[in-house]
Ligand binder design. Structure first.
Ligand code: DC
Length: 220
């Protein structure tokens, strides 16, 4: 295995990629970058600034002037130096994010910041376009998937643990909608990179999925 690889991982919501990426980063002592958190922080900024969401040039200006960093090995998200980690996974952000993530000039700014963070390698980066657009030259690429039903079950269990009132049917519907948005976006949609290793985690435990990916990394 080469030293300080750049490892990129894409996949749909609930596929297990965040858990796999974090566990891999801990094991290899690499940086962990969740690019979804970056789009979430940008969406929070747009909501806070409260301007007209249709004013795309004002949003692009916000994106150009903000700085998003991560500390605590990717667990803490800093928006212009402020810890916003606990404000990123809310229904409001879930509703607004697709309209922000579809703007090409905003994506360009987010990609620039992701490349800045990853410039020295030794990083696991995960998202929707990191294997295809952000780090097309990554040393190793994975596409992590699982059936919609299994992903819905996982999300539902997570939400129950957080006492969020919902139903399995509703979570499955939300996952289907999110897949549709991620895959049909005109710019940088979720796609499987030609050279990605596809990992279907439907019938794997999280430990099995982590081990499978780690073995591929060690073989590289
Ligand atoms: O990984 P996540 O579910 O927190 O990401 C939230 C949304 O952010 C996702 O539905 C689409 C957007 N996103 C993106 O457009 N590109 C990425 N590389 C990562 C996330």
């Amino acid at each position: 295995m080469k030293e300080r690889l750049t490892i990129a991982m894409d996949g749909p919501a609930g596929s297990g990629k965040s858990t796999i990426a974090q566990r891999l980063a801990e094991t290899l002592d690499y940086l962990y970058l969740n690019s979804g958190s970056m789009y979430r922080a940008m969406t929070l900024l747009a909501l806070r600034e409260g301007g007209d969401p249709a004013n795309v040039s004002a949003l692009i200006q916000l994106a150009k002037n903000c700085r998003i960093d991560f500390s605590n090995n990717g667990k803490t998200t800093l928006l212009n130096g402020e810890d916003v980690s606990d404000a990123l996974r809310t229904p409001e952000i879930d509703r607004a994010i697709a309209d922000i993530a579809k703007i090409p000039d905003i994506r360009r700014e987010m990609v620039r910041q992701q490349r800045r963070i990853g410039e020295n390698g030794g990083i696991i980066v995960e998202g929707r376009d990191v294997t295809t657009v952000v780090f097309p030259e990554a040393d190793l690429k994975f596409y992590i998937s699982a059936s919609v039903e299994e992903r819905a079950k996982r999300r539902f269990t997570e939400q129950q643990a957080k006492d969020i009132e919902t139903t399995l049917e509703r979570v499955e519907q939300e996952i289907r909608e999110r897949d549709q948005m991620d895959e049909s976006r005109e710019h940088s949609p979720l796609q499987t990179a030609e050279d990605a290793i596809v990992v279907d985690t439907t019938s794997m435990t999280i430990n099995q999925a982590v081990e499978f990916v780690l073995n591929r990394v060690e073989e590289s």
